[in-house]
Design a protein around this ligand. Structure first.
Ligand code: NAD
Length: 373
């Protein structure tokens, strides 16, 4: 298939490897040429931040630890005041997506550069996307100023991530990759990143769940999460992210778990209309090329990509139903309404097929009950 496309590479330096944070952090700070660091790390990440920053004692001028999921605006304002008060010229974020998001909330108004050391598979460190929550409503936007200049990926730092959290965080990363196949900015480069990412996550997550100290598993899962974030950053978001965003904002559902539950159902909805993507996803989930997907012919994979993904989630003991992660039956009609208002009737031009209100009801009902797609 021939394809015309545009591809805008996002700038950023990545240092990847077991032990990279302990070995390379000082050199990477020096390379950025800054001398007044504000460390952003949540309270749960404090011990790690203490350890990593020992050799940076003379250039660390402050620490901000009031990290909250979805970055409430009050926290963002407090973080900005803190950065200004200490005269920071570099933000060093050490932690999960919420921590990276807090550093981004400072960068968006101060233009301070970010050096990110992620400790989950959320992938925010690869994107120019910020998110803030005000009066219960989450707003997101894109701004190059929040894209970290340097990212240090160290699989050793993820060893402390509990198995269940590794799984849902990894499936959150997988959602970036699956959706990258059909988002508005999708192109052959993001397809390649996404396929490689899905294969790495599918290899790594079972090993990580079986043994949190499995070095190869931790390597593959973090590598997959990096590529997922990179694909998502260029391709953009679509139906799946809109659904999760709407549900998270309205019902305060847990972020990564919501992605893990909803993804197979959005994939099932779209796969017949995106057969090439579906075959690549199925192949990647099987850890191989087209042959591993059951055949190289587009759209004829014996077991659908959605079914493979659902079975992977089941094998990983991931939650499979929205009713098991906090959405009550009484909430379901309102959930359908809030999602339909955001996505139905042509609001998602890049989706492989149109999305009607009835489609939204079908997807969310299946995700609520946790039926095998
Ligand atoms: P998180 O950062 O809230 O972390 C989840 C929990 O894991 C926290 O309790 C944290 O303390 C703990 N944790 C983190 N690393 C750990 C480690 N190595 N060992 C043990 N515990 C650890 O959650 P998350 O899923 O990483 O990120 C979710 C947030 O990121 C959401 O707000 C989401 O909107 C945002 N996000 C943004 C983007 C973007 O592009 N802007 C992309 C993905 C996610």
């Amino acid at each position: 298939m021939t394809r015309s496309f545009t591809y805008t590479a996002l700038p950023g330096r990545v240092v990847f490897g077991a032990g990279a944070a302990r070995m390379s952090l000082v050199a990477e700070v020096v390379a950025l040429g800054r001398g007044r660091i504000l460390v952003v790390a949540g309270q749960a990440e404090a011990a790690l931040a203490d350890e990593l920053c020992v050799a940076l004692d003379d250039v660390v001028v402050g620490r901000f630890d009031q990290v909250r999921q979805h970055v409430p605006i009050e926290i963002a304002k407090a973080a900005r005041r803190h950065a200004e008060a200490v005269g920071a010229d570099l933000l060093l974020s050490i932690g999960g997506g919420s921590t990276t998001g807090t550093a981004k909330a400072i960068a968006i108004t101060t233009s301070l550069p970010i050096l990110a050391v992620p400790t989950t598979y959320a992938g925010s460190e690869m994107t120019p996307v910020w998110g803030l929550t005000e009066m219960g409503r989450k707003t997101t936007g894109t701004d190059q100023r929040v894209l970290p200049q340097t990212v240090i990926y160290d699989p050793d730092l993820t060893r402390s991530l509990p198995g269940w959290l590794s799984v849902v965080s990894g499936l959150n990363a997988m959602a970036h990759s699956v959706e990258a196949f059909w988002a508005a900015g999708a192109n052959p480069v993001t397809d390649a990143l996404a396929a490689e990412s899905i294969a790495a996550l599918a290899r790594g997550l079972p090993r990580v769940l079986a043994d949190g100290d499995d070095a190869d598993g931790r390597h593959d899962a973090l590598y997959g999460a990096w590529l997922a974030g990179a694909a998502f950053a260029v391709a953009g978001a679509g139906l799946h992210h809109k659904i999760c965003h709407a549900l998270g904002g309205r019902f305060d559902l847990p972020h990564a778990q919501t992605h893990a539950v909803v993804l197979p159902h959005v994939l099932a909805f779209n796969e017949a209309a995106a057969p090439t993507a579906a075959d690549r996803i199925a192949a990647a989930l099987s850890g191989g090329g087209a042959a591993a997907a059951g055949g190289a012919t587009v759209g004829t994979t014996a077991v659908s990509a959605a079914t493979r993904l659902f079975e992977l989630a089941r094998a990983l003991d991931s939650p499979l139903a929205l009713r098991d992660i906090g959405l009550t039956e009484a909430d379901l009609p309102a959930a359908i309404e809030v999602v339909a208002d955001r996505v139905a009737d042509g609001a998602l031009p890049a989706n492989p097929r149109p999305v009607t209100r009835d489609d939204v009801a079908d997807i969310l009902t299946a995700a609520w009950t946790g039926d095998r797609p």
